[in-house]
Every structure is written in C-alpha cells, then in structure tokens.
Write a protein that binds this ligand. Structure first.
Ligand SMILES: *Cc1c(COP(=O)(O)O)cnc(C)c1O
Length: 454
C-alpha cells in the first residue's frame, strides 16, 4: 500500500468507523458465538501470497463483528464504561503515524513534554495538591500508565524500594532479603482484585483490612491501627496501602490521639511511613466537577494517585493517569541507564525520562489523545459529559413541578449546580404523601427528558 492508496483506504476506514458507531445500537450487544468460533472462519496459516485489502475488509463483518461485545452500544451496561470520542480516535491515528517510542526525552521530546504538561492540565482540573504538579521545577508529577493495575503495581514496587532504602540507612548490616521477606501491604477487603495481583507480582504479603464494622464499606482507622501494631509486634514491616478513595476516607471521630481527625487512616500512613496509593480508576474522572471533588479530600496524605480517563473522560483506551508526590521514589525504584539510552540532557534536571516511571521501556505517544480531547471539549464540555444533564433541565423541571401546584419545592445552588430541594415539612406528612410527590417528580422529569436535548 502506498501513500496514494492509503489516502483512499483511510477515508474509507473513517466511513466504516462512523457507520459502525452510528448504527451500533442495531447490533446485538452480546455476541452469539461459542468458544473457538473464529478458528474455523480463517485459514490455519498466514497467507503465503498477499491477500487484497478488499478481502481483508470483507472479513471484518464475516469474522470479527460476530464475536464482538459492543462496549459502545447504548445497551451495554456491563463492567464499567470505557471511553470513546472522535477527537481521541483522530489523535490515536496521529500517534500511530508518528509511531515513536518515547522511552527517553531524546527519543522524542514532544512525546515526553506533552505528556508532562497534559498531566499537569489534568491534575489542575482535579485540583490535586501542588506537590503532584510537575511545573518546571516540581518534585512530583504525572505519567500515563496503560492501566490502573499497572499503576497499583508501580506504586507498590516504588514503596518497596523506598522502605528498603529507609531501613538500610539506619541498619546497613541488615540483609535486604530479610527486609523484603517481612514486608506487608494492605488493602480494604472491598478492594479491586488488581491489588492482590500487585502483591503476587511484587512478591509481598498482602493483607485485607476488614470493613465490616463500617456501614459504608470504609476502612476503620482503629481496625487498621490494630493490624499495623500486631504486624509490627510480629516482626513484620507495614509498607504500603492501596485504597479506593470512597472506602478509605471515613469521617468518624475516634479516641486514639492519632485517630482524632477526619482522615485517620491516611494520617496513620504518613506517621508510619506507609506508602498510600489511591486508585480511583472509575470515579476519578468525576472529580473535575467541583460538586464531586470533596470525595477526593484526603489526597493530600497520598504518595501516589491514579485514575483512568479511558473509563469516563472520553480518552479512548489506554490511558491511566498516575501522579506521584516525589518522583525520586519512582525513579529510585526502576532506574537503569545503559549507554545506548544516555543522552546529553539527562543530567540537566530539567527533563523527564519516562522509562524510569514505568515497567516497560517502550511507550506510545498517548498524550496526544488527552490534548485533542481536552482542547475540543474544554473543561466545561468534560464536566457536562460527567453530569449528563444541565442546570437548565433542572430549572425547567422545577418550573413544571411548581406550575402543577400539586406539590411545592424550592431550589438551591450547590457549587454551581441548580439543585431541587425536597424537605419534609408538615407535621401531617406521611410516607404515602412522599410517594405521591415522588411519582409526580418522576413523571415530570420523564417528560422534560423527552423534550430537552441532554
Ligand atoms: C476498573 C478498575 C480497575 C482496573 O482497571 P485497569 O485499568 O483495567 O487495570 C482497578 N481499580 C478500580 C477501582 C477500577 O474501577
């Protein structure tokens, strides 16, 4: 295929993609095939002589589509959302065309520099603490990992190496293997399975913190403190905890002096030099809206944080964004500098070699997807996407409710959101009245949603 044919085929492929996405709801969301269905549809060997492009394209409908679960069908409600937007797809084409491998700054300066700046843009959208923003001279900063599982593992490995370093500084004679064999990591018993895998791959003990005392599935500060104390008494070394934001920041007050604050488990981590990694893979995107940002309170105690814009922020897979408070913790864990990767600027302190921040050496130019999406939606557009409903719709709904004169409500403003308040006021109100009110609100909301674009 030469460039002339590529121009033609490329335009055809864009049409095929647009047709696929425009008509996706007509396809059955879940495929009707048995395991092994595909092998019988194509030859057992790669072709000796080239096939034509037409033959390849024809086989998309014959071979591939029957076995596709359509994640972007409006009838798909499984697992979690995975992002899809046209700007991100266009950026991905460009990334494929540039096709650089950005393991060092010199290997493609734009690939590294755009990533650092996009991670700062996104970090500022989330109002992350200043320490996580790279700027020009920051100690922290962000990196794009492939998945949240990788971020969890990278954080665990960085924590392991930091802990070993701290202990050896005080006790240089202690064998490193003795330290690593005593390490213990923690996660809530509600945690995503990726954390258990990180423990297996990282070769450390992983303990589950029971959440049953709490009716919010939150980690109880006292439970966690007790586990840490027992483990230390048994000669173990607590070094890492990985948490999903909502399960960790409980707001109950406690009796132990160290626990008498809002963010008890987090403060405990800082006091015990336990690395705290926050994985908000799914929910993280919502923190760009001021009304959801309080869910991330406590981030100021974290050593690292990640979420997946490829879930809910319109950046197609893969794009899992991870920030660290102190980049030297990561670089200290993974640094390798063979001669063929050295370059003139690496000692200047001004540049980032992202291979030190991740497990693979090679990396794609993924920040282009963020750049296209952030610019073409703007923060406002992204917030609207998360909210999927407008203040205008709520205003219209309230007007309809009050015009109906059957029930009466007043609104309020909450962080820029028009909110309908429902207060139960009269001495004589019973649940049947509340149910009737809810019926009226639901019916009018249904009408408004049918009429207004959202
Ligand atoms: C989806 C999800 C994961 C797994 O994400 P990957 O990026 O596929 O590894 C991990 N943690 C949480 C909280 C998630 O929601």
């Amino acid at each position: 295929m030469d460039a002339t044919e590529f121009r033609r085929r490329g335009k055809e492929m864009v049409d095929l993609i647009a047709d696929y996405l425009e008509n996706i709801e007509q396809r059955p969301v879940y495929p009707n095939v048995e395991p092994g269905y595909l092998r019988s549809l194509i030859p057992q060997e790669a072709p000796e002589e080239p096939d034509t492009y037409e033959d390849v394209v024809k086989d998309i409908e014959r071979v591939i589509m029957p076995g596709v679960t359509h994640w972007h069908s409006p009838y798909f409600y499984a697992y979690f959302p995975t992002a899809s937007s046209f700007p991100a797809m266009l950026a991905d084409m460009l990334s494929g065309a540039i096709g650089c491998i950005g393991f060092s700054w010199a290997a493609s300066p734009a690939c590294t520099e755009l990533e650092t700046v996009m991670m700062d843009w996104l970090g500022k959208m989330l109002k992350l603490p200043e320490e996580f923003i790279a700027g020009t001279h920051g100690q922290g900063g962000g990196v794009i990992q492939g998945t949240a599982s990788e971020a969890t593992l990278v954080a665990l490995l960085a924590a392991r190496s930091r802990t070993v370093r701290i202990i050896l500084a005080n006790d240089p004679q202690r064998p490193e293997t003795d330290i690593t064999s005593k390490l213990v990591a923690y996660a809530s018993d509600q945690a995503h399975c990726s954390v258990e895998r990180a423990g297996m791959i990282g070769g450390v003990r992983m303990k589950k913190i029971p959440t049953k005392q709490s009716n919010k599935y939150a980690v109880h500060g006292e439970t966690f403190l007790k586990m840490i104390q027992e483990d230390k008494a048994a000669g173990l070394i607590p070094f890492y905890v990985r948490t999903e934001h909502t399960t960790f920041f409980e707001r109950t007050k406690h009796t132990h002096p160290i626990l008498r604050t809002e963010h008890t488990p987090s403060i405990l981590c800082n006091a015990e030099q336990i690395w705290m990694h926050i994985d908000a893979a799914y929910a993280g995107s919502s923190f760009i809206c001021p009304e959801f940002r309080p869910l991330l309170n406590g981030i100021e105690f974290a050593d690292s944080f990640n979420f997946n814009p490829h879930k809910w922020l319109l950046v197609n897979f893969d794009c899992s964004t991870m920030w660290v408070r102190d980049r030297s913790d990561l670089i200290g864990a993974f640094k390798m500098d063979p001669l063929y990767l050295k370059h003139d600027h690496q000692e200047s302190g001004l540049i980032t070699d992202y291979r030190h921040w991740q497990i693979p050496l090679g990396r794609r130019f993924r920040s282009l997807k963020m750049w296209f999406v952030f610019r073409m939606y703007g923060l406002k557009g992204l917030q609207d996407y998360i909210r999927k409903g407008s203040n205008e719709m709520n205003e219209v709904l309230l007007k309809r409710i009050n015009n109906g004169k059957k029930i009466h409500l007043v609104p309020c403003q909450l962080s820029g959101q028009f909110v309908l308040r429902f207060a139960i006021c009269a001495r004589t109100t019973e649940s049947r009245h509340v149910r009737e009110a809810w019926r009226i609100i639901s019916q009018l909301a249904e009408e408004v949603m049918q009429e207004l674009p959202h």
